[in-house]
Design a protein around this ligand. Structure first.
Ligand SMILES: [Zn+2]
Length: 55
């Protein structure tokens, strides 16, 4: 699975968030944090997408 480089549409505040602006957090549920990160909206904090960042 290739990394998705956005932008990501936030359903909560209807903003398109570029990848560089998204807040990155560890995923829930025990996924490997070196491979998976959850992107969150920098404006409202809503979860945007879980992306694969490993190679
Ligand atoms: Zn938002």
């Amino acid at each position: 699975m290739a990394a998705d480089d956005g932008p990501f549409d936030c359903d909560s505040c209807e903003t398109a968030v570029p990848l560089d602006d998204a807040r990155r957090t560890e995923t829930m549920g025990g996924l490997d944090a070196t491979k998976w990160q959850t992107l969150c909206c920098p404006h409202c904090g809503a979860r945007l997408k879980t992306v694969y960042v490993g190679d």
